[in-house]
Ligand binder design. Structure first.
Ligand SMILES: NC(=O)c1ccc[n+]([C@@H]2O[C@H](COP(=O)([O-])OP(=O)(O)OC[C@H]3O[C@@H](n4cnc5c(N)ncnc54)[C@H](O)[C@@H]3O)[C@@H](O)[C@H]2O)c1
Length: 265
């Protein structure tokens, strides 16, 4: 996409971290915004912050794991602005290791991180494809490129988001569509992701309080604005992969190749 001013971006997980930073970056380019989030007070605060800086923005409380809620998000977007052009499927939560996770933890993390992206693609893509213009931005992670011992459930979902995004990119290219796709694969970014247990369903939070194992690494991460700048460049130049930690991404892929080919398989 080359034209941003007056166009509409929809951002899930838009009340915090990378989602909020993308909102500010798109607002700087003159876009109108729809922010979706499960945390309503934070969502109201983010909407107010952007509105008081002169951006046309609406907030739609949304649980991205719920397909009906994402249909409502699209309908509210069309009610407010009549169209949409960039859809960022960004909401995410962490979870824990595979051995330690109950099936409820699996359902929560897969629901938000993977079904959130599936629902966003399923609901918004047909209109983008029909209008022949637009861009889908899916948030994965470096953990979608290489398995991590502490984050097995998270890795499962992020590998799937990388696969979905790459396949969608190929599918749209093959059909000659002008709709673009980008997938974000950062290492640590300074956000509230280590506290994602705050958004656990209440019964799960009581049974399996979140150990916040990522807190020290996340607080030493890069600013979310760096990811947002890279996303903006990728949308503008129609690039699939958004890699803020290029050396770490290359090392992750090298480690996978070595696991595949140097263990005598
Ligand atoms: N921070 C990092 O180090 C890092 C690294 C790689 C990838 N990511 C990914 O970036 C994305 C954004 O996370 P962040 O780091 O900005 O964290 P964050 O916690 O600051 O923001 C995540 C947002 O998603 C929202 N959310 C959670 N569950 C939701 C649901 N069911 N429906 C709608 N919204 C929901 C939260 O309320 C929050 O506003 C996530 O997909 C995360 O996996 C983060």
């Amino acid at each position: 996409m080359k034209e941003f001013s007056g166009r509409v971006a929809v951002i899930t997980g838009g009340a915090s971290g990378i989602g909020l930073a993308m909102a500010h970056r798109f607002a700087d380019a003159g876009m109108r915004l729809v922010l979706a989030d499960i945390e309503e007070p934070e969502l109201d605060r983010a909407v107010e912050e952007l509105r008081s800086a002169g951006t046309e923005v609406v907030g739609v409380p949304t649980d991205v794991a719920d397909h009906d809620a994402v249909v409502n998000l699209r309908d509210k977007t069309l009610e407010a602005f009549g169209s949409f052009h960039i859809v960022c499927n960004n909401a995410g939560v962490v979870g824990r290791s595979i051995v330690d996770s109950s099936i409820d933890t699996w359902r929560w993390v897969v629901g938000v991180n993977l079904y959130g992206v599936i629902n966003g693609c399923n609901v918004f893509l047909p209109t983008l494809v029909e209008q022949g213009e637009g861009h889908v931005v899916n948030t994965a992670s470096l953990a979608g490129l290489r398995g991590n011992a502490l984050l097995g459930v998270y890795c499962t979902t992020k590998f799937a988001v990388v696969g979905l995004s790459e396949a969608l990119y190929e599918e749209l290219q093959a059909s000659g569509s002008k709709v673009g796709v980008s997938v974000i694969c950062p290492g640590f970014v300074k956000t509230r992701i280590a506290q994602s247990g705050r958004n656990m369903p209440a019964h799960l939070r009581a049974a399996e309080p979140d150990p916040e194992i990522l807190a020290p690494a996340v607080s030493a991460g890069i600013p979310a604005s760096e990811v947002a700048d890279a996303v903006f460049d990728a949308v503008q130049s129609d690039r699939l992969y958004v890699l803020n930690h290029k050396d770490m991404a290359r090392a992750a892929l090298d480690q996978r190749l070595s696991l595949m080919f140097e263990q005598g398989g």
